[in-house]
Design a protein around this ligand. Structure first.
Ligand SMILES: Cc1cc2nc3c(=O)[nH]c(=O)nc-3n(C[C@H](O)[C@H](O)[C@H](O)COP(=O)(O)O)c2cc1C
Length: 165
């Protein structure tokens, strides 16, 4: 499959096989985040890779996102409020890095699912994050054990305008 075919057929994966992701593949995923673009190349991102049960459990939220327990690992992305000037840019930078990891995982056979719902306080406590950390999001990764069909996506002509609105 070509790179563009891979990107167009990516799906969020919430069921994972009980198989480890190799250290090499994990490292490639993290490198994809490290090499992402960022505003003025500030690279304001920090990541915590959750692999043990207690760390993974911290991502479940009011009964949601229980699939995190079966994930091979979860990458949490944050920036430090004390280090940033324009928060919006840091938010964009960390988001881009996490999404680069999603794509890097997918092209290597690793499925993933973004998580925007989480208990920030619980995560900060459990993962011992710095006091000034601002969590942007988290992505669970694992070998896919489901093959979901594409959920409805808006057609291009509804969302794209050329040259003017
Ligand atoms: C910012 C963001 C937050 C999300 N949060 C969650 C979440 O907390 N739990 C979950 O199961 N899926 C979550 N998702 C996954 C979306 O539900 C999924 O991307 C969407 O349904 C489209 O499906 P697809 O990724 O297969 O195209 C999130 C996705 C994004 C981009």
């Amino acid at each position: 499959m070509t790179c563009i075919e891979q990107i167009l057929t990516r799906r969020s994966i919430r069921k994972y096989k009980n198989e480890p992701v190799s250290e090499e593949v994990l490292n490639n995923i993290l490198e994809a985040g490290r090499c992402s673009p960022s505003a003025t190349n500030m690279q304001p991102w920090y990541f915590v890779v959750a692999r043990d049960h207690i760390a993974k459990e911290a991502f479940s939220f009011r009964g949601f996102n229980r699939f995190t327990l079966d994930a091979s690992f979860i990458v949490l992305g944050f920036y430090k409020q004390s280090e940033v000037i324009i928060e919006k840019l840091s938010l964009m930078d960390v988001t881009i890095a996490l999404q680069n990891m999603v794509i890097a995982g997918w092209v290597q056979g690793v499925g993933s699912c973004w998580m925007g719902a989480f208990d920030e306080r619980k995560l900060k406590e459990t993962l011992k994050l710095p006091a000034d950390s601002r969590i942007v999001g988290a992505v669970a990764f694992g070998i896919p054990n489901e093959n979901p069909s594409q959920p409805p996506k808006k057609p291009l002509n509804e969302i794209v305008h050329f040259d003017k609105w």
